[in-house]
Design a protein around this ligand. Structure first.
Ligand code: HEM
Length: 161
């Protein structure tokens, strides 16, 4: 039943809201990554124990080079989801990637609720970076792209749990 994905309507305008805002902020990927993780830990302090690179580290977040890849995966994959949703009405993560994502998150003890935390951190980070561009429609577009991606990862986690 995992193949029966519900198609969502995601318009060109929504894709543009995601892509344009990403283009406006991506040059600051280092700073965005730190802000994203700070926000995740503000909302859910225990999440620190899940990430090997935070758990085993004594350096401040700002100086931890290993948090950037995860933060950027969340931003970039959400952007890609927006493009896929507009084109096909569904998110397709490459099969091998999805398998790995499902396995890694399952093994790390990630639960469905945690995706709400990273979602909020994602939205808050973008809003803070470009308050003048931010709008309810932009929030909805990023939120929808995120939720569809998160659902694909969660489905893979459940399939293996
Ligand atoms: C690892 C993406 C949400 C916790 C990874 C990796 C990627 C990724 C690409 C590394 C690749 C791999 O080993 O498979 C994403 C995306 C997310 C998401 C796109 C949401 C849309 C979450 C959430 C949590 C989480 C909600 C928990 C709060 C982790 C942990 C690792 C990981 C603990 C292993 C990192 C380590 O300790 O080295 N994620 N992730 N992720 N993710 Fe996520």
């Amino acid at each position: 039943e995992d193949n029966k994905k519900t198609e969502v309507v995601f318009t060109e305008e929504q894709e543009a809201l995601v892509v344009n805002s990403w283009n406006a902020i991506k040059k600051n990927s280092g700073e965005l990554s730190v802000k994203f993780f700070k926000r995740v830990l503000e909302i859910a302090p225990p999440a620190k124990q899940m990430f090997s690179f935070l758990r085993d580290s004594n350096v401040p977040l700002e100086e931890n080079p290993r948090l950037k890849p995860h933060a950027m995966s969340v931003f970039l994959m959400t952007c890609e989801s927006a493009a896929q949703l507009r084109k096909a009405g569904t998110v397709t993560v490459r099969e091998s990637n999805l398998k790995k994502l499902g396995a890694t998150h399952l093994k790390s003890g990630v639960k469905d609720e945690h995706f709400e935390v990273t979602k909020q951190a994602l939205l808050d980070t973008i809003k803070e970076a470009i308050p003048e561009m931010w709008s309810t429609d932009m929030e909805k577009a990023w939120g929808e792209a995120h939720d569809q991606l998160a659902n694909a990862i969660k489905a893979e986690m459940h399939a293996n749990a």
